[in-house]
Design a protein around this ligand. Structure first.
Ligand SMILES: *Cc1c(COP(=O)(O)O)cnc(C)c1O
Length: 260
């Protein structure tokens, strides 16, 4: 058997940990989507992880996302036109970009055509701007509402007590499709506290379901990062956003522009 690359090994390890966490929670691993967060990845690592079969990529900054989506789309188009290079593995049918970071209203327009899912809607004004831009594109935009379940003052996300009301408002906008919630737990040693942020988010999700907010499309909980995804899966996560466990923790800022 051919020796696997370091990235292939890390991906295999992450997939096994996801499978183990699902088994422990008596869940089917197909319920949990791995979103590879590429903010510390070099461009060649992004291409490699696609060839390893990961179709979902996440970025937290608009400028980086737009640059990288353009590069990757070009790469995928080139591979396709060559019928795929030998030994390059299979590229996914469709590459899906996830906007996972804080989104400013004046950045909505450039990201909208590129993203499959926005994870970070946390205010009425932002939702209104996305709705207005989506109308211009004639596109229905899928999004998650970000909840500040750890209740840290500096953190993005709608407050726990305001979440259901905002969800109702978002759900009433014609060009938006609310599909779930996202949260980030605190960077915290205390497992019980981390887990509480996830369980609180799941409770809000259940309350929304009870009110039929989002209808049958409401089915995603984007919870869990490299340090806490097993706890998130135990609490019902359907999307884990994993960066450093795949690509390491060092940022590749210098690779971001014009790299090919
Ligand atoms: C960076 C980031 C991640 C990934 O974090 P890791 O700890 O590197 O796995 C997930 N979600 C958001 C919103 C991020 O900004």
């Amino acid at each position: 058997m051919a020796k696997r690359s370091p990235l292939a090994e890390k991906l295999e390890e992450v997939r096994q940990r996801i499978a183990a966490a699902c088994a422990k929670a008596k869940r089917d691993p197909s319920e949990v989507t791995l979103v590879a967060v590429t903010k510390t990845a070099a461009p060649e690592q992004i291409r490699e992880i696609l060839q390893l079969g990961v179709a979902d990529l996440g970025e937290s900054r608009v400028q980086v996302l737009t640059q990288r989506a353009a590069q990757i789309n070009e790469f995928v188009a080139r591979q396709r036109s060559h019928g795929g290079s030998p030994g390059s593995g299979g590229l996914p049918e469709k590459v899906r970009w996830h906007m996972i970071g804080h989104l400013q209203r004046n950045k909505v327009k450039p990201v909208l055509p590129l993203v499959s899912l926005i994870h970070s809607v946390d205010s009425l004004r932002l939702a209104e701007e996305i709705d207005a831009q989506a109308a211009k594109l004639g596109k229905k935009v899928s999004l998650l509402m970000q909840v500040n379940a750890s209740e840290e003052a500096q953190k993005s996300g709608v407050a726990v007590g305001a979440a259901v009301h905002l969800a109702e408002q978002v759900d009433s906008m014609p060009n938006l499709q609310l599909v779930g919630l996202m949260t980030m737990a605190a960077l915290e040693e205390n497992e019980a506290k981390v887990r509480q942020a996830f369980s609180r988010t799941r409770e809000i999700f259940e309350e929304m379901r009870w009110h039929k907010i989002g209808g049958t499309n409401l089915r995603h909980l984007s919870m869990g990062m490299s340090n806490d995804f097993e706890l998130a899966i135990a609490e019902g996560s359907t999307m884990v956003r994993i960066g450093s466990a795949l690509f390491g923790g060092e940022a590749h800022e210098d690779h971001q522009v014009g790299e090919e």
